[in-house]
Design a protein around this ligand. Sequence first.
Ligand SMILES: [Zn+2]
Ligand SMILES: [Zn+2]
Length: 162
Amino acid sequence: MDCTCSQFLPLALDRRSINKRIKATAAILKPLTLLAEHPALRLKLFQCPHCAQYWQTGWEWNLGGTEYAYHVPIIEVGTWQQEPYLQPAAWMIYGAMMEPYYAKNTFEPSDKPCPVPGCPHRAIRFSGVCEQHHVEQLQQFGMLPKRPVGRLFPPYGPTVPA
Ligand SMILES: [Zn+2]
Ligand SMILES: [Zn+2]
């Protein structure tokens, strides 16, 4: 029997899509092969034995803590265990938390380069560093919500979702 993997699109970053996926997840996971688990983050990595598609689970307190499955790129298990993929619902919530900050601030580039080693961007006006490093500094000081854990993968990032 053919699998249903290709019927699923990347998760749209809205509650309706994620709740819908939560409901479909038990049926999605059933035929898949478990490749690895990340007990600390309560995440799992699966592969479809039919089409070889990789899937990861995510979950969110904010959405009832129930797991949902989504497509991820092929990855070596050890590498995945070091840093699993980003969870789309966490990325969505992060976007919502960051929205007031982005709505209040405009970032005009100055004529100076960002002084962080290896950074190719221009420093923004009224800050010594580029927009990305400015936000990271505020996050380090606890003045902005922290970026959720997990490696970015298409179609998510590196821009904070609107
Ligand atoms: Zn499949
Ligand atoms: Zn920079």
